[in-house]
Design a protein around this ligand. Structure first.
Ligand code: NAD
Ligand code: APR
Length: 236
């Protein structure tokens, strides 16, 4: 059904989660081998940790930056970028902070949770490349602490990204989720906004998600990379 919907839809919006990048080698959060299986997210990826558990915070994010730098977008990211160029999809809303959609060539990308490609000073806001963390340089020239430019637990999401994501979701007549458990607010609201505005909702995720009961179509138990490759071949 997804193949037909892709061909006939006028405005297709994609929402991706960590499951989009596991085939690039980055762990997701809530699968058995996920990040939150080993760490308590609120104790490590939160503003509280940045202020009160800073050594552990730096170590955790330095490890994620090093992991990120040793991975790259996979074929599925490249297919989504091709589909944007061919006008098959119009935008991607992502919860991911790896920057892989943009690296693969996607242009219209909304980053709900910021990016781990950059760090910035908690005091003056000056931005740096994430190499600072690789080199264990955690201080800004102004003396302030350098933090990853991601949304930490307990922080508000960037207003502009929220508005753009809502706008895109309202315009969609086809809304496809790739690789998210849809457990986190407000990211998990956008499929519902699209549905309320008459979109066809397809959820592609290895495991069942919290929004399956609202979906017109669910695809579980298969890897996103393989599904995208098959769809791409069939669209030829
Ligand atoms: P949460 O589920 O508690 O809520 C998300 C955040 O967005 C909260 O700060 C909440 O106040 C705000 N929010 C909720 N609904 C909103 C709406 N409709 N409009 C505007 N703001 C709204 O999430 P959390 O546990 O506080 O974590 C904050 C966010 O940071 C989550 O989205 C989480 O996924 C993200 N996060 C990212 C990383 C990372 O490394 N990228 C790590 C941890 C958490
Ligand atoms: N193919 C299909 N599905 C996959 C694949 C794959 N190759 N790899 C993983 N998955 C699925 C998993 O089954 C899991 O249900 O992707 C889903 C990823 O869900 P989460 O780990 O919860 O990640 P996500 O939904 O992106 O988490 C949302 O929570 O902690 C925060 O900021 C973090 O952005 C993240 C947010």
């Amino acid at each position: 059904m997804l193949l037909e919907k892709l061909k006939e839809s006028n405005y297709t919006v994609v929402l991706t989660g960590a499951g989009m990048s596991t085939e690039s080698g980055l762990p997701d959060f809530r699968s058995s081998g996920g990040l939150w299986a080993k760490e308590d997210p609120s104790a490590i990826a939160s503003t509280d940790a940045l202020n009160r558990n800073v050594e552990k915070f730096f170590e955790f994010y330095r490890h994620r930056v090093i992991g990120l730098q040793s991975c790259k977008p996979h074929g599925g990211h490249e297919i989504l970028a091709k589909w944007e160029r061919e006008g098959l999809i119009q935008s991607i809303i992502t919860q991911n902070v790896d920057g892989f959609h943009q690296e693969a060539g996607s242009k219209n990308v909304v980053e709900l949770h910021g990016t781990l490609q950059k760090v910035h000073c908690q005091s003056c806001g000056k931005e740096y490349n994430n190499d600072k963390y690789v080199n264990e340089q955690y201080q800004c020239e102004c003396g302030g602490k350098l933090r990853p430019s991601v949304v930490l637990f307990g922080e508000m999401l960037p207003e502009e990204a929220l508005l753009k994501a809502a706008e895109e979701s309202e315009k969609a007549d086809l809304f496809i989720v790739f690789g998210s458990s849809l457990t986190v607010t407000p990211a998990n609201q956008f499929p519902l906004i699209a549905k309320q505005n008459g979109a066809h909702l397809t959820i592609v995720n290895m495991e069942p998600t919290e929004l399956d009961l609202y979906a017109d179509e669910t695809v579980h138990g298969r890897k996103i990379g393989e599904i995208l490759k098959e769809l791409h071949v069939s669209l030829r």
